[in-house]
Design a protein around this ligand. Structure first.
Ligand code: OXT
Ligand code: ADP
Ligand code: MG
Length: 596
């Protein structure tokens, strides 16, 4: 494949400086080109940051985007850039944009695009691509691949733009598809030949579209709202489950008002933690395994009855067998009408955007909503008190070497003292223990592996969180999880981001003590180099690296990282026998080794 100019790679006629639009493009003043139209279309729609990795055929696009005033965050691997874009979309309700080269770069970005779609995050993956004529005849172009066909299977939508005059429409369609209805990942294919195409400047300007109302409100039907309220009012043991859709919706005050005015206990899914502070007296987090089977009416707000909620049935819900219905009635608030009944019967679907739905519920609630029966609230309080006491007992211990509890007790205190910090979290035990031990106090401050349980989001999410918020990020990482995106510590240092990475290092996947059963010299597939010095990776790029073997060392290092805002990596050494296989989801892995 030729680069954008269609001749020699990396330079194009459109690259030679000229007066006019930024003084860098050699084309008559009355003309514009594909590069400029892409930039103008993105800017017109408020896109101010691009996450990506340059190379043929988008090197010049990346340069020109920066020259045009957009922030271009350049990564070491496209998957991390893609994850960054997707979480920026979740945090801002604007599609996060990732820019990649063709075939391999595109495929590297695809994991993130598919993950964005699965998690309902708005994202646009823009990839340069090879010449259609050569690709379609399979004649062996540079990085040849039918990217559009590949993307279609895993994206919410996929578009290709062949003519400069269609760039405005292509970008507009991508934005609308990413944001409207259930958000998701969109692929935009921009062949190399598009960029140097020139058209009349005025025609170009007129071809651009500023998308009006890209995520239109969807007002729920009043009778659907009434049906839901009637069901809830009659409940003896009601429960609200808040999911990451509720966090995404940014209807924080109304959601809190709904929970508090109804007095119904609520359970936050992992990325909905902090929507109300985890210390809220109505939180049922610490009584999860009690409330799910005992509840009689459950209202889901932006949460799907997928594997994380045992598909709404089975033993988790009090069903008599693994697939049996537990008898609960469900209200489901979701923007996707097709979500209802996907696993169990939804008795009261409320279809609309969460902001509009919750406000409609509040509007029709009336002033004398009956609080849930005291027996229900008391029973939950009793379980919660017991579990919290049990947790505090574990947190108070100070074993040597550290275990997850003693290390995370420090993180818990640090997050409490810095409630605006964003917590990124991945791993298995490192994920599960952090979720239950570290309380969150504000909405959208916890970002994790989400619907797919995917490893590798760590540094991409951290970079985006720091870039988007301008604030402190704390990434709690399993040592295996960190390895998927670890090279991005260079990116963190390069952009001097206030990211404090804490690796809970137990020398392996789940545990570090497994041996090769044959007695051979190869290690077990689950273990890593013992005593690895991950902190030196951060030092290699000018950041701060700390080896922490005790809670006091970990605390000092985290406090200093937050005080200095310097890129910091703390290698927190954990007992290699502390974890369990698959963490809290061992039931999904029937052959998992039991904790000895
Ligand atoms: O009610 P009970 O008694 O049950 O108690 C619950 C709560 O009531 C209580 N609790 C509390 N008590 C007191 N106080 C408070 N505040 C409190 N809050 C809660 O605690 C318990 C637990 O509560 P929780 O967490 O709410 O409930 P539970 O039952 O766990 O919830 C169920 C789930 C399903 C919702 C929850 O478990 C969940 O969200 N799980 C997500 C799991 C997940 O996604 N895991 C990641 C994937 S695992 C695996 O796939 C890994 N891989 C393979 C791989 C992947 N994933 N991706 C790719 C690209 N390649 C490969 C790999 C390689 S993990 C992994 C690496 C692992 O190694 P690492 O080194 O990184 O990590 P380590 O394990 O640390 O070594
Ligand atoms: P969790 O993993 O936290 O349970 P899920 O990702 O399973 O959350 O569910 C999120 C749900 O929220 C999806 O079904 C999605 O359609 C829905 N959703 C996302 N944004 C909105 C919104 N603005 N309004 C209504 N529903 C939304
Ligand atoms: Mg580990």
């Amino acid at each position: 494949m030729n680069d954008a100019a269609g001749k020699k790679p990396e330079t194009t006629p459109a690259d030679t400086p000229k007066a006019g639009s930024g003084g860098e493009v050699d084309r008559p003043a009355q003309e514009t080109d594909g590069f400029q139209l892409v930039i103008d279309a993105l800017k017109l729609n408020g896109i101010d940051t691009i996450f990506g990795l340059p190379g043929i055929p988008i090197t010049d696009l990346a340069r020109k985007l920066q020259r045009a005033g957009l922030r271009v965050i350049s990564f070491r691997h496209e998957q991390n850039a893609g994850h960054a874009a997707s979480i920026a979309g979740f945090m801002t309700q604007k599609p996060g944009v990732c820019l990649t080269v063709s075939a391999p770069g595109f495929l590297n970005g695809m994991t993130a695009l598919a993950n964005a779609t699965t998690n309902c995050f708005p994202m646009i993956l823009i990839s340069g691509s090879s010449e259609r004529e050569i690709v379609d005849l399979q004649q062996g172009d540079y990085e040849e691949m039918d990217q559009l066909a590949v993307a279609r299977a895993h994206a919410k939508a996929a578009f290709r733009v062949l003519h400069a005059e269609d760039i405005g429409v292509g970008v507009a369609r991508a934005i609308r598809a990413a944001l409207s209805g259930r958000p998701g990942g969109v692929y935009l294919d921009l062949p190399a030949k598009l960029f140097p195409q020139t058209i009349d400047a005025e025609a170009g300007r007129n071809s651009l579209i500023k998308v009006v109302d890209p995520a239109p409100r969807q007002i729920p039907a009043p009778d659907a709202v009434q049906r839901a309220l009637d069901l809830l009012r009659g409940a003896k043991r009601p429960l609200i489950i808040l999911g990451k859709g509720a966090a995404y919706a940014q209807a924080d005050a109304d959601i809190r008002a709904l929970v508090e005015r109804t007095g119904i206990p609520y359970l936050p899914m992992s990325m909905a933690k902090g929507l109300l502070p985890d210390t809220h007296e109505q939180s049922a987090s610490a009584a999860r395994s009690y409330v799910l089977p005992e509840a009689d009416v459950v209202m889901l707000i932006g949460a799907r009855l997928n594997w994380l909620l045992s598909q709404g049935k089975g033993k988790t819900w009090g069903g008599k067998s693994p697939k049996a219905w537990g008898g609960q009635k469900f209200v489901q608030i979701d923007i996707s009408p097709q979500e209802a009944d996907s696993n169990v019967r939804i008795d009261a679907p409320v279809v609309g955007d969460i902001g509009s739905c919750v406000s409609a519920l509040l509007g029709q609630l009336g002033s004398n909503w009956p609080k849930p029966p005291a027996e229900w609230l008391d029973a939950i309080a009793e379980r919660r008190t017991k579990n919290v006491a049990k947790m505090l007992e574990s947190l108070a211990k100070d074993p040597a070497p550290m275990n997850y509890h003693s290390a995370l007790n420090v993180v818990r205190d640090i997050v409490k003292a810095n409630p605006d910090a964003i917590l990124v979290n991945e791993g298995a035990n490192a994920l599960d223990f952090t979720r239950s031990i570290v309380d969150m106090y504000k909405p959208r401050k916890r970002l994790d592996v989400g619907t797919w349980g995917v490893m590798g989001i760590g540094m991409g999410y951290s970079i985006a969180a720091a870039v988007v918020s301008g604030g402190q990020v704390i990434a709690v990482e399993g040592d295996s999880a960190f390895g998927f995106s670890g090279m991005e510590v260079e990116t963190i240092c390069r952009y001097d981001l206030p990211v404090c990475v804490v690796i809970l290092n137990n020398n392996g996947v789940y545990r570090g003590d497994e041996a090769n059963p044959t007695g051979g010299s190869d290690p077990s597939p689950l273990v890593f180099v013992k005593g690895a010095r991950y902190e030196k990776l951060m030092e290699a790029f000018g950041g701060v690296g700390v080896l922490a073997s005790t809670p006091a060392e970990l605390r000092n290092a985290m406090e200093e990282a937050i005080r200095s805002r310097r890129p910091t990596l703390i290698n927190a050494v954990i007992d290699e026998k502390a974890g369990t296989e698959s963490g809290r989801i061992a039931s999904l892995n029937p052959t998992a080794k039991k904790k000895p």
